[in-house]
Write a protein that binds this ligand. Sequence first.
Ligand code: NAP
Length: 288
Amino acid sequence: METKLIDGKQIARDVRAELKEKVKKAVSAGMKAPKLVVILVGEDPASKIYVNNKEKACGWVSMKSETLRMPAETSEEEVLAKISELNADPEVNGILVQLPLPKGLDEQKILLAIDPAKDVDGFHPMNVGKSAVGDASALVSCTPLGIMELLHRSGIQVSGKRCVVAGRSNIVGKPMARLLLADNGTVTVCHSRTQDMDQILKEADIFVAAVGKPKMFRGEQLKDGAVVIDVGIHHLDDGICGDVDTESCMGKVSYITPVPGGVGPMTIAMLLSNTWQAYCTQNNYKAD
Ligand code: NAP
């Protein structure tokens, strides 16, 4: 069987090109460009890179972006005060607090302070709840949202398929399962306490691996012709890999996302897409 690679880089480029067009249209109709503000507290090197990438990505689609860099010693009250200022600022459409936060800052309290209408990461319980009841105005976590986009744009039907999600984190596994279910998949979620995972994997038409364990899953464990979405990213001495051993899947599965270049590029594209959605809702703007 020929295994097709799902080209996340290209699909992310397509999403960005479409967004750029939409932004251009809104601006030429006299509206302000959408604006994303990222709050970065502390000096975590990986976070700094992620934040720079987000800023760059906004530029690609002609959105405005601003990064508020706050020292690691910043108090919780100061971060909360900044969020409250941004919540009230009509110029700001999206707010994102880069995680992880330095010790001493209550992540949950800070994320809860973000106005759900501006919560472009989709982590606020209001958005999680809206998404769970199928409210289309929900802002949904970017990685699973990007995976749905990869499936749809690759012509992979979810409806009626057996979908297995390995991992149940709040940012990947759980929202992934909700989105697959909303798209009429029959969904099983596996986690560290799951028994007989091999048996469950064998049934998967669509398998999403999000466990954070390098090359944990191999082609032999999967059904012939399965679609494999590899969310994991691991920087090892001999290069970057995912949660799936890609090589062992070649010739066995029908589609697989490469690592790097599969799910990763879609996450930032969906952040832009969420910022656009937030902007449209806040301005009561309907793009055609
Ligand atoms: P996480 O919060 O660490 O969650 C891992 C999940 O995997 C947990 O639910 C855990 O189960 C489950 N798990 C761990 N070991 C397992 C095992 N042996 N068998 C079955 N389940 C197991 O991780 P995450 O934030 O969801 O991220 C997962 C991976 O995706 C990481 O590699 C991360 O770097 C990557 N990621 C990539 C992107 C991207 O843009 N490409 C975005 C986000 C995350 P329990 O709940 O029982 O502990």
